[in-house]
Design a protein around this ligand. Structure first.
Ligand SMILES: [Zn+2]
Length: 372
């Protein structure tokens, strides 16, 4: 009798779980699943600009009523990125991350983890200067390029040609430069204000109210904020309850980092690793995250392809002329501001007069929008 009982228990334990639906297979909590209602795949060749928060001409809104795109900036910061990934997994949904080069360099495995879970990775400059448009064009371009190169190096795979300005501080010449590089720029439609709200319940309430007021849109969060990590499950639960749908952004386009910058970053990384050899490794501040069953779904949501037409965004000819590539700055080793004397400024001005544009990057917006 006992033997029969044990055999029965062993059979029950070993028996395969009855076949579950696709949602159940992918989600640990199917009842809570917000899911992904559709994928929007963006062709970034024309360097489109999406979202409400810009004075420059933008693409028409591609989201329908009650559709949201979830975006997270400034990370990775493992102690908050990890619970955010867990919340997104619990609700079986996907987001887009705009990472800062320096942060990605510090936590490369977290960057890989985010992408491994099927989220989309864009970039957000090298060191997040809030006054990018007032930095001088060459240094601003260097910030953009160094950010792209660092995030891609940390990811160990191509990232999306998606960019967001720190503090949404865009400018005509920089948007034109991004166009010339075939990079899509995202502003936002809904600001969660998580940079300023420390109470998770207040943050959830405000974010939902803003999403309702805007009837959906591209929502901005930061995965370096405790309040965001704490509030996200409540926000996602409310979105589901109120009938909102999540749209996931993707692209087939690729951004090629500037090789010289990647080489510099790689050398610095290798040097740092070599100097650490033999010494105990720093204690990781987060545990490894288990591989997610969400990555590599077989049954994908419906796909919308978006290929915006090239558009002339910069009107002033002075601005357009300023779209030449950051020749001198991108070869520099450091993106920190340099105080210049009047004499060196004069010297630079003389040099500028005789310099010619790079053959690889168009020097005017009209050539940029032809798709070079
Ligand atoms: Zn930011």
């Amino acid at each position: 009798m006992t033997r029969i009982f044990l055999v029965a228990v062993a059979f029950l334990v070993a028996a395969p779980i009855p076949f579950a639906s696709a949602t159940e297979k992918r989600c640990s909590d199917p009842d809570a699943a917000l899911g992904v209602s559709r994928i929007v795949e963006i062709d970034t060749k024309a360097g489109p600009l999406f979202g409400d928060f810009s004075k420059y001409e933008r693409e028409p809104r591609f989201l329908g009523p009650k559709e949201v795109v979830l975006t997270f900036d400034d990370g990775p910061m493992p102690r908050y990125t990890k619970p955010i990934l867990e919340a997104l997994d619990k609700f079986c949904t996907k987001a887009t991350f705009f990472y800062v080069g320096r942060m990605a360099t510090a936590y490369p495995s977290m960057v890989k983890e985010v992408m491994g879970r099927g989220h989309t990775m864009g970039s957000h400059t090298w060191s997040h200067p809030l006054n990018l448009r007032r930095r001088g064009l060459a240094r601003a371009k260097d910030q953009i390029e160094r950010g792209i190169a660092a995030v891609e190096l940390a990811a160990g795979q191509p990232i999306a040609p998606f960019f967001r300005f720190p503090g949404l501080s865009d400018s005509g010449p920089l948007l034109a430069y991004l166009q010339s590089r075939g990079i899509a720029t995202f502003t936002v439609d809904v600001v969660s204000n998580d940079s300023y709200i420390s109470s998770p319940s207040r943050l959830a309430k405000r974010t939902i109210a803003e999403i309702e007021r805007n009837n959906g849109g591209i929502v901005l969060f930061h995965d370096i904020k405790r309040s965001t990590a704490k509030a996200l499950p409540a926000i996602l639960a409310q979105l589901k309850k109120r009938g909102y749908k999540v749209v996931h952004l993707r692209t087939k386009s690729q951004v090629t980092p500037i090789a010289g910058i990647t080489d510099q970053l790689e050398k610095k990384r290798d040097k740092k690793q070599a100097s650490r050899k033999g010494k105990p490794k720093p204690v990781p501040i987060y545990e490894a995250i288990a591989p997610s069953t969400l990555a590599g779904d077989d049954d994908e949501p419906s796909l919308t392809e978006l290929a915006p037409e090239p558009r002339q965004r910069v009107k002033s000819s002075a601005e357009a002329a300023a779209t030449a590539p950051p020749q001198s700055s991108i070869s520099g080793d450091d993106a920190t501001p340099v105080r210049r004397t009047r004499r060196s400024r004069k010297r630079r001005a003389r040099k500028k007069k005789v310099s010619t544009a790079s053959p690889e990057v168009p020097s005017t917006i009209s050539s940029a929008v032809r798709g070079y």
